[in-house]
Design a protein around this ligand. Structure first.
Ligand code: SF4
Length: 390
C-alpha cells in the first residue's frame, strides 16, 4: 500500500445525493459543442424566470416519484450548462435556497458553477460567494485567439487578459479551468504556453481535455465539407502521455483521465459520476441516476417547461455501466467493494478475472482490494474498458 497511502482512496458511498442543474443558454453556440445549448446573444434568456420555476417543479415531481430521495443527504450541487453564469445570481440563490428547503444538506456541501470567460468578473465571484457557491470552473479552452476562432468561441480580449488575475484573487478558493489541446492550427507548445500560465497561477484544479469531433456539430459539418481539419491526433496522444509526470511535478494529483487537482481540490460532484453515486439531474437535456433508475430530459427548453416526462425511467445495468465510469479514475479505488456492492455474482467474477489479467500484463496495481491504473494503460484505456464491460 506504499504508493496508495499518500492519496485518497475512493470508496462506495451510497447515502448521499448530487444535484445537477442544466441551464441551456449561451452567448454563442461553439462549433465543436454537442451539449444541449442554444446561443442567444448577450442578453438574458426570455424564459429565464419560467425555466427556474420549472426546475423547482421538476425537483418536486422527482421527489414525489421517489420519496426515498428525501432520506439522502445532498453533498454536491453542480450548476452547469450551457452557460449557467449567464443566468442571474438571484435566480441561482433562490434555487439553492429551494433545494436546501427540500433536502438536508451536508455541512460541507460542494456547490459549483461553470462560468464562461465573458461573464467572469470580481463582482460576479463576490456575488457567488455571498450566495453559498464554493467552487467555480471556467471554460477557458485556450488563451490563443487563433484557437478560439477555430473553435467558434466568443472572444473578448479584455476578459481573457484579466482572467488569470480575476481567478487568483477570487474570494472562492476552489477554482478550476478547462483547457483543450489538439486544436488544429495550434501545436503542442501553444498548449503548454497556456498551461504554464495556469500552473504559474497555482490554480487548484485543471481539466485538460483533447478536442473531439462530435457528430451533429458545426465542426463535424465543416470537416465533412473540408472547411476545417480534424483534431491533431498525434499531438493529442503525445500531450496525453506527457501530462501525468508534468502535473505531478507541480503538485497535482491525476485523479481522472483528464482531471488534475491539488490534494483535496478534486471535483466532488464529478467524482460521483465516476464512482457510480446517485445524482438528480434537473433541467432540459439533463440526465439523472436515482434509486436504481436512469432518466433523460428532452433537449428542448420549451418542451421541458410544458411537459416534464417524469414517469419515464430505465432500470440501470451496472454490469455494463460500472466499467465505463469507475475505470476512468486514475487515483486508487476500492475495486472489490465497488464490484460487490453493484454487481451480480456472475458479473463479479468476470470483472475480477479481467482485472487480475490486467495486473499480470503490468497495466494496474492491486493491493488489499484497492485498484490503481499504471500509466501504461492510458493509451489503451478505451479498449480495456471494452474488455471488462458486459
Ligand atoms: S459555451 Fe460551452 S456549452 Fe455553450 S456552446 Fe460553448 S462549449 Fe457549448
Amino acid at each position: 500500500m506504499k504508493e496508495f497511502t499518500k492519496e485518497t482512496i475512493w470508496q462506495v458511498r451510497n447515502s448521499t445525493l448530487g444535484v445537477y442543474v442544466h441551464f441551456p443558454y449561451c452567448l454563442k453556440k461553439c462549433d465543436y459543442c454537442d451539449f444541449f445549448s442554444v446561443g442567444i446573444g448577450s442578453g438574458p434568456a426570455n424564459d429565464e424566470s419560467t425555466l427556474f420555476n420549472a426546475y423547482q417543479k421538476e425537483v418536486l415531481e422527482r421527489i414525489s416519484h421517489f420519496p426515498k430521495l428525501r432520506e439522502r443527504t445532498v453533498d454536491t450541487v453542480f450548476l452547469g450548462g450551457g452557460t449557467p453564469s449567464k443566468a442571474s445570481s438571484t435566480n441561482w440563490q433562490n434555487l439553492i435556497q429551494f433545494l436546501r428547503s427540500e433536502f438536508s444538506f451536508a455541512s460541507d456541501t460542494e456547490i459549483s458553477i461553470e462560468i464562461n470567460p465573458e461573464d467572469l468578473s470580481p463582482k460576479l465571484l463576490e456575488e457567488y460567494a455571498s450566495i453559498g457557491i464554493n467552487r467555480v470552473n471556467v471554460g477557458v479552452q485556450t488563451l490563443n485567439p487563433k484557437g478560439l476562432e477555430f473553435l467558434g468561441r466568443h472572444y473578448d480580449k479584455n476578459k481573457y487578459d484579466s482572467l488569470v488575475s480575476t481567478l487568483t484573487h477570487s474570494p472562492i478558493k476552489r477554482v478550476g479551468i478547462d483547457l483543450m489541446y489538439g486544436i488544429p492550427g495550434l501545436n503542442a507548445s501553444d498548449f503548454y504556453q497556456d498551461l504554464d500560465i495556469f500552473l504559474g497561477a497555482n490554480l487548484p484544479h485543471l481539466s485538460l481535455y483533447s478536442l473531439t469531433l462530435e457528430k451533429g456539430t458545426q465542426y463535424s459539418r465543416d470537416v465533412s465539407e473540408k472547411k476545417k481539419t480534424e483534431p491533431e491526433e498525434y499531438t493529442q496522444s503525445d500531450i496525453l502521455i506527457t501530462l501525468p509526470e508534468l502535473m505531478k511535478k507541480f503538485g497535482y494529483r491525476w485523479y481522472e483521465v483528464s482531471n488534475y487537482a491539488k490534494p483535496g481540490f478534486e471535483s466532488k460532484h464529478n467524482l460521483k459520476y465516476w464512482t457510480y453515486e446517485p445524482y438528480l439531474g434537473i433541467g432540459p437535456g439533463a440526465h439523472g441516476m436515482i434509486e436504481g433508475f436512469r432518466y433523460g430530459n428532452p433537449r428542448n427548453a420549451d418542451l421541458y417547461q410544458k411537459k416534464l416526462p417524469t414517469d419515464k425511467y430505465e432500470p440501470i445495468t451496472p454490469s455494463s455501466e460500472l466499467s465505463l465510469t469507475l475505470f476512468r479514475l486514475f487515483s486508487p479505488f476500492r475495486y472489490l467493494e465497488f464490484i460487490e456492492t453493484h454487481l451480480e455474482k456472475k458479473s463479479q467474477s468476470k470483472y475480477i478475472q479481467t482485472i487480475e489479467s490486467w495486473e499480470k500484463r503490468g497495466l494496474c496495481e492491486l493491493d488489499d482490494g484497492v485498484f490503481q491504473w499504471k500509466k501504461e494503460a492510458l493509451l489503451l484505456l478505451d479498449d480495456l474498458i471494452f474488455e471488462i464491460a458486459d
